[in-house]
Design a protein around this ligand. Structure first.
Ligand code: KIV
Length: 281
């Protein structure tokens, strides 16, 4: 297999083959996803919630993103690795945006970065792309705007909102974005955007008309407690599998059946006799 690039994703859009993207935040998971042949791994700032236990993505730092991106990059040989730019790493200035995008490439080993927003971040997108860093945009329900939205609500349900999101998608393409994530919008709007753009659209809660899909790993593997959003499909039940393994370990350790003979090291022949002769046994 060869390292996938933005050209791989673009070719898929043109041929109508669906693009697959999943989030990962660590070496082991990235390696497994890569072995399965996923096109792209997103080191999402969702790591704030699913890896670090924060309430939302806002506390995530550049240090968090660099460290987790580097772990994923060590695990994934072929997948195209996209790293999220965390809250306030690009909103503050164009210079900050280029500097922090550069860190995710240089120190994190990502092949592209992703930032949230439409018209208001086009200057940043232009500058990052000018620095030869492929940039994925993200419009619709952009989680870093949770406070401005007043919660995680589907966006683009009114004519005015739908027009703004469509315009945002066109503007980020014009600014040089190489792909765009469409999150939490009506499927019909995602279809119009997908048909209108030349760059690939990757949907999450945006229906099946997008050029590709992305899901948060913990959601799609059934590892999350509590509320599961409507757009999530649980493709496996890892929580049950993990609980079974952990409970079996606790039980066998408590009853003394683990470790068994096959997990135990023994002296080679003769050493016991020598130890006995030395009075050590
Ligand atoms: O942070 C993330 O995981 C994301 C996806 C939900 C697209 O941005």
């Amino acid at each position: 297999m060869m390292k996938k690039t933005i050209a791989t994703l673009l070719a898929k859009k043109q041929s109508g083959e669906k693009i697959t993207m999943l989030t990962a935040y660590d070496y082991t998971t990235a390696k497994i996803m890569d072995e399965c042949g996923v096109d792209s791994i997103l080191v999402g700032d969702s790591l704030g919630m699913v890896m670090l236990g924060y309430e939302n993505t806002l506390p995530v730092t550049m240090e968090d993103m660099v460290r987790h991106t580097a772990a994923v990059a060590r695990g994934a040989k072929d997948a195209w690795i996209v790293a999220d730019m965390p809250f306030m790493s690009y909103q503050t200035s164009v210079q900050d945006a280029v500097y922090n995008a550069g860190r995710l490439i240089k120190e994190g080993g990502a092949q592209a970065v992703k930032l949230e927003g439409g018209a208001e971040v086009c200057e940043q997108i232009r500058a990052i792309v000018n620095a030869a860093i492929p940039t994925v945009a993200h419009v619709g329900l952009t989680p870093q705007s949770v406070n401005a939205f007043g919660g995680y609500k589907v966006q683009g349900k009114t004519l005015a909102e739908a027009k703004r999101i469509l315009l945002d998608a066109m503007k980020v393409q014009e600014a040089g974005a190489c792909a765009v994530v469409l999150e939490g919008i009506p499927a019909q709007l995602a279809n119009v955007i997908t048909q209108g753009l030349t760059i690939p659209t990757i949907g999450i809660g945006a229906g099946n008309g997008c050029d590709g899909q992305v899901l948060v790993y913990q959601d799609m593997m059934g590892l999350n407690d509590g509320h599961v959003p409507k757009f999530v499909k649980q493709f496996a039940d890892l929580k049950t599998a993990m609980k079974q393994g952990i409970e079996a370990y606790i039980q066998e350790t408590q009853e003394g059946t683990f470790p068994a003979e096959e997990q135990t090291y023994r002296f080679p022949d003769g050493v016991i006799d020598m130890l006995k002769m030395e009075g050590l046994l």
